[in-house]
Design a protein around this ligand. Structure first.
Ligand code: ADP
Ligand code: GLC
Length: 477
C-alpha cells in the first residue's frame, strides 16, 4: 500500500512535542512492515537543512495565492524513509517554532501556512500517477493537516482513502469564516456538515467531518472525546462517525529511547544490569546542582508547561514532595506565569529543585535515565509519550488516570501488574497523595525493584500499534 503521512512536525526534522515523535516513528514502523510510506512536511528552515538528499524540485506555482512553492523529495535523516518537503519562502521561511513567533504569538497567517500543507497533500494525491506514486491512503495528523481530507472529498473523481488522527482536541485550528475564500474551499463546505464550527472555520472539524475514518491516540481518550466534558464541543460530530471513529494507543521508538544504547546518558543500563541507573541518577543530581543524595526519591518532569499538563497542580504539591525528602528536576517551556512560579520554587530550594526552561532533547534523555519517578499530572492526556519512555528507563510514572496514561500505567495497588502510581482527580491533594505513596514505596527497595522491573518489561514498541493502523488502512483502501 502507498501511504502518504501528512504532519506539521516530524522528528528529527522539527519537533515541539509528541506529534513529531509519532509522525516520525509510525511511518517508519509501517515501512518496516513492508508498506510504501512517504511523509509530507512544510519546509521550515530547519527541515530544509536537515532533510537528507533533498532535491528533484517540482514547481507547484502558487496554489493559494500566498506565494510560489515547490516540492522536493529527500530522506528522513539516517533512514531510507522518503520525505516530501514543501518549500514556500513566504509562508515557511521563518526560523524557530513552527507555529509561533519569538514572543510565542501564533503567526497571523497560520490558516494559509497549514492550508498549503493540506492543499499540496491533495495535489500529490491528484497528480499521483504523473509523479509515479499514486497514494492509496492519506493519513492526516491533527488540525494542521485537517483540510487535506476536505480538499480530496470536495472534488470529483478517484481519490485515496483518508484517515484523520486527533492528537489533541484542545487545538481545533479555528479561524474566522472570512478566511474561507482564501483557503480555496467552496461555500457549501461552510456548514455543520462541513468545516463550520460555531460560526468559524475549524481545520480539525474539516478533518473530522471529511475523513473516511477518524482515530485518536488511545482507546480511553477516544471514549472521553465522546462525552460533553471531554469532547470540547466535537463529541456530537465524533459520535456521528459511529464505528468510523476509534482509538489506537501510540507506540514509541525503542531504538531512540533505549537505556542500553543511549548516547545522551552517562552510563547505559538495562533491566538485567541496573547498576548504571544509580550512576545516571548521581550524574543528573550533579548536572542539576542538587544535593548528591542517593537515597532521596528523585522525581523528573519533561513537559509543556501548561494547564493541560497539570503543571499548576505540581506547584501546589511541591511542599509535599519536599517534605517526603524528595527532589525534583523539571525541563519544559510554556506559559510564562507557570515558568515563573517554577523558577521561583527552584530558587527557594536550590539543593532539591532544579528547573530548566527550554527545549533540550539530550537533557530529556538524562532526566528519564536518572530519575526514580516521572510526574505526569495531566488534566487531559490523549496518549502521552513521556510515561512510556519513563517505564522503559525504569522510571516509575506518577500520573493522572486519564486518556493514554490510564491505558499505559497500572497502579501500584494492582497485584502482579503494577507499573506506577495513578490518581483520579486533577487536584493538588490527590497529586500530593500519589507523590506520598510513591515516596513511601521508594523506601521499600525490594518492592520498588519489582515495580521497576515490571515497568521495564512492558512492550510499548510501535510494532503492535502499527499493525492496528495497517489493519485499519487496509479495510479502507
Ligand atoms: P505532548 O505532545 O502533549 O507535549 P507527549 O508526552 O506526547 O506530550 O510528548 C512530548 C514529547 O516532547 C516527548 O518526546 C518529550 O520528551 C518531549 N518534550 C517535551 N518538552 C520537552 C523539552 N522541554 N525538552 C525536550 N523534550 C521535550
Ligand atoms: C499530543 C498529545 C499527547 C500525545 C501526542 C502524540 O501532543 O497531547 O498526549 O502523546 O500528541 O500523539
Amino acid at each position: 500500500m502507498r501511504i502518504l503521512s501528512v504532519a506539521s512536525e516530524v522528528y528529527p526534522l522539527v519537533k515541539t512535542g509528541g506529534l513529531a515523535d509519532v509522525a516520525g516513528a509510525l511511518p517508519a514502523a509501517l515501512a518496516a512492515l513492508g508498506e510504501d510510506v512517504r511523509i509530507l512536511v512544510p519546509g521550515y528552515p530547519a527541515v530544509l537543512d536537515a532533510t537528507e538528499g533533498l532535491g528533484g524540485w517540482l514547481p507547484l506555482g502558487d496554489p493559494l495565492g500566498a506565494g510560489e512553492c515547490r516540492l522536493g523529495l529527500g530522506r528522513l535523516p539516517g533512514t531510507t524513509l522518503r520525505v516530501w518537503v514543501i518549500e514556500c519562502p513566504t509562508l515557511y521561511g521563518r526560523p524557530g517554532n513552527p507555529y509561533s513567533d519569538a514572543a510565542g504569538a501564533d503567526w497571523p497567517d497560520n490558516h494559509l501556512r497549514f492550508a498549503l500543507l493540506a492543499r499540496v497533500a491533495a495535489l500529490v494525491c491528484e497528480a499521483g500517477a504523473l509523479l509515479g506514486w499514486p497514494p492509496d491512503l492519506l493519513h492526516a495528523h491533527d488540525w494542521q493537516a485537517g483540510l487535506a481530507p476536505a480538499y480530496l472529498a470536495l472534488r470529483a473523481g478517484r481519490r485515496p482513502a483518508t484517515v484523520f488522527t486527533i492528537h489533541n482536541i484542545q487545538f481545533p485550528g479555528i479561524f474566522p469564516a472570512a478566511a474561507l475564500p482564501a483557503l480555496g474551499l467552496p461555500r457549501e463546505s461552510y456548514s455543520i456538515n462541513g468545516v463550520e464550527y460555531h460560526g468559524n472555520v475549524s481545520f480539525l472539524k474539516a478533518g473530522l467531518y471529511y475523513a473516511d475514518h477518524v482515530n485518536t491516540v488511545s482507546p480511553t481518550y477516544a471514549l472521553e472525546l465522546l462525552t460533553p466534558e471531554g469532547g470540547s464541543g466535537f463529541h456530537g460530530a465524533l459520535a456521528a462517525k459511529g464505528d468510523r471513529f476509534s482509538g489506537i494507543l501510540n507506540g514509541i521508538d525503542t531504538a531512540l529511547w533505549n537505556p542500553a544504547r543511549d548516547a545522551a546518558i552517562a552510563v547505559p543500563f538495562s533491566a538485567a544490569a541496573l547498576q548504571g541507573k544509580a550512576i545516571d541518577k548521581a550524574a543528573l543530581q550533579r548536572e542539576a546542582g542538587l544535593a548528591p543524595q542517593a537515597e532521596a526519591p528523585l522525581f523528573g518532569v519533561i513537559s509543556r508547561l501548561t494547564g493541560q499538563k497539570g503543571m499548576d497542580l505540581l506547584v501546589g504539591a511541591l511542599p509535599e514532595l519536599l517534605a517526603g525528602g524528595g527532589q525534583l528536576v523539571l525541563l519544559g517551556t510554556g506559559e510564562r506565569p507557570i515558568e515563573a512560579t517554577l523558577l521561583a520554587a527552584a530558587q527557594a530550594h536550590p539543593r532539591h529543585v532544579h528547573v530548566r526552561i527550554g527545549y533540550d532533547e539530550a537533557f530529556a534523555h538524562r532526566i528519564q535515565a536518572g530519575s526514580d519517578a516521572l510526574l505526569v499530572p495531566s488534566r487531559h492526556e490523549p496518549c502521552g509519550l513521556t510515561q512510556l519512555y519513563a517505564m522503559r528507563y525504569g522510571t516509575l510514572p506518577v500520573a493522572r488516570r486519564t486518556g493514554g496514561l490510564a491505558d499505559s500505567v497500572v497502579d501500584a495497588a494492582v497485584p502482579g501488574a503494577a507499573t506506577g502510581f495513578l490518581f483520579d482527580r486533577g487536584t493538588v491533594p490527590e497529586l500530593a497523595a500519589a507523590i506520598r505513596r510513591a515516596s513511601a514505596a521508594y523506601h521499600d527497595p525490594a518492592g520498588w525493584g519489582r515495580l521497576r522491573e515490571r515497568a521495564m518489561q512492558q512492550d510499548f514498541s510501535w510494532d503492535a500499534s502499527a499493525r492496528r493502523y495497517l489493519e485499519l488502512f487496509r479495510s479502507l483502501a
